[in-house]
Design a binder for this molecule. Structure first.
Ligand code: ZN
Length: 310
């Protein structure tokens, strides 16, 4: 999975500061330089470790209960809530995390209200094709904007949202393989180094400002309350037919797509008020394409959580 909000995310891969190699120091210096240059453009940043998680450990990690603190305590280590455009604060954050090898850019904040369209290639889904299909169906084009390539061959398309719309984070809700980074999420910034390699901008896009998100795409990203409602849509296909379509979608999955497809279908089911009635048929379909009962249950439970039905 790519990073989402992880305010309490544990920093891993922390070598003792004294034993850092020259190469590690160089990586950390470069990460800070990239982060400062992003901040100059108005993008709020945090240091990331090689695992793409926030580099600073939560000051609340020893608490018996998960903490709801988003930085009110005044200490560092609140994941994306530490994000800043202030060069002094950024230097402090990186000084506290000398093992940082990259930086995260907080989404949803002024002035750009950044939205990241994350086209994944690892899941076996053809995310670029799925995005082209969505664009054709909903009549929008992706404008010229910053595009960042990931070490695994994925792409992050940066868009700017309106200030009055909250775009939630989602994984595979739009289509299998397309994740959305919105409010409370972050994007790995170009120039970051992770365990798997370096993030870079696609040539010719690095200097562009994040382009305005096309309204038709924004409508898909920020679902109206009606679409989130747990009742079937009056203008949609009949529930039984829609449910059968979702089951078929899972049954047609190749190996490598099974989990993403199941997750996507379960999200759609929950969003359309079919979650309860389709849990059984979707689980059966998942077993028939070769997932284990445990995998199927866990994926459906994730979909329930993501759509607010747990
Ligand atoms: Zn705190």
């Amino acid at each position: 999975m790519t990073p989402g909000p992880a305010p309490e995310g544990r920093a891993r891969g922390r070598p003792p500061a004294d034993h850092r190699s020259t190469a590690d120091r160089h990586t950390a210096t470069l990460a800070l330089a990239h982060a400062l240059s992003a901040a100059e453009r108005g993008l709020a940043v945090i240091p990331l470790s090689r695992t793409k998680l926030p580099a600073l450990r939560s000051p609340h990690h020893d608490d018996p209960q998960p903490s709801a603190c988003r930085g009110e305590c005044g200490r560092m280590g609140h994941g994306v809530y530490d994000a800043s455009t202030d060069p002094l604060r950024i230097r402090e954050l990186f000084a506290a995390a000398p093992w940082a090898s990259g930086y995260g850019i907080a989404c949803g904040l002024a002035p750009y209200h950044l939205i990241g369209i994350d086209l994944d290639t690892k899941s076996g889904a053809d995310a670029p094709a799925a995005l082209r299909e969505l664009a054709l169906r909903h009549l929008f084009t992706i404008p010229d904007t910053v595009v960042v390539t990931t070490p695994s061959g994925g792409r992050h398309i940066w868009l700017s949202g309106p200030p009055d719309t909250v775009v939630p984070n989602s994984a595979g809700r739009l289509a299998p393989g397309i994740d959305i980074r919105g409010a409370g999420g972050y994007l790995v910034g170009p120039g970051s180094r992770t365990e798997h390699g370096v993030y870079s901008t696609v040539p010719g896009t690095g200097h562009l400002p994040p382009a305005t998100c096309p309204p038709a795409l924004l409508r898909l990203l920020a679902p109206s309350p009606r679409r989130r409602a747990a009742t079937p849509r009056a203008d949609g296909p009949p529930a039984a037919q829609q449910g059968q379509g979702l089951v078929q979608f899972v049954l047609a999955a190749h190996e490598g797509q099974r989990n993403t497809r199941l997750f996507w279908a379960a999200c759609r089911a929950y969003e359309n008020g079919l979650g309860e009635s389709l849990t059984g048929p979707l689980t059966d379909a998942a077993l028939r394409v070769g997932l284990t009962l445990r995998e199927a249950r866990s994926t459906i439970a994730s979909a329930a959580r993501l759509t607010g039905h747990d």
